[in-house]
Design a protein around this ligand. Structure first.
Ligand code: ADP
Ligand code: MG
Length: 201
């Protein structure tokens, strides 16, 4: 296969709400339709420690998430006395509760530019403002406001790695090396090969 240098792997988790709402097929078909493939895929029950490890592969995540949440509250005219770290830690606790509430589908998706492509299809964090045409924009309508009011995590169906480095770390949390397969698909010849031959007979 040519264009090997562009091939990336990214970690996707269909969160418990996606499984409960029977949206597994609907969501993963979008990755297949695009021409990406699965290097690994499984149904799993997430462990609390794994969820914590997963969301803290970026050590700044707690603070950044707390700051975003603080800004969202202030936009609603609510004054927040807690620090960004305290809020971020609370979001993480609510995420752990959410992600361990039921089965999840964990997968490694592979293909050229897989990391940014999958993020594009997934859409932005808050479904209320995610673009139409994205998974989060099309199948769910949760908001920071609703989640905050109930002190719970935003239900946005799906996780996707944000960059190649975190993808590598996240994949290590959820998969053993022998669960990931290297193989080619029939369509890749058309997507990646320089010379397309032997079509007409
Ligand atoms: P993304 O999943 O888009 O990369 P983040 O990394 O910022 O988003 O957050 C991880 C997950 O934590 C989100 O998908 C969402 O489920 C939840 N979350 C983030 N911020 C909040 C918040 N302020 N309130 C509730 N849940 C949140
Ligand atoms: Mg993230």
């Amino acid at each position: 296969m040519s264009n090997k240098q562009f091939i990336e792997r990214t970690l996707v988790i269909l969160k418990p709400d996606a499984v409960q709402r029977s949206l597994v097929g609907e969501t993963i078909k979008r990755f297949e339709n695009l021409g990406l493939k699965f290097a690994g895929i499984k149904l799993a029950l997430a462990k609390k420690e794994d969820v914590r490890m997963h969301y803290t592969v970026d050590p700044d995540w707690i603070k950044i998430t707390g700051e975003k949440a603080k800004k969202a509250k202030e936009k609603q005219g609510i004054n927040v006395s807690e620090s960004a770290e305290e809020i971020g830690e609370r979001v993480l606790e609510s995420l752990i509760k959410f992600m361990t509430a039921g089965p999840v589908v964990v997968m490694v998706i592979e293909g050229a530019h897989a990391v940014p492509l999958v993020r594009k299809i997934v859409g932005s964090t808050e479904p209320l403002s995610s673009d139409v045409g994205t998974i989060r924009g099309d199948y769910v309508f949760d908001s920071y406001e609703m989640a905050d009011t109930n002190n719970r995590a935003i239900r946005n169906l799906i996780h996707a790695s944000s960059d190649i480095e975190s993808a590598k770390k996240e994949i290590n949390i959820w998969f053993d090396e022998n669960e990931l397969l290297n193989y080619s698909t029939a369509q890749e010849r058309f997507i990646y090969d320089i010379d397309i031959k032997n079509i007409l007979q």
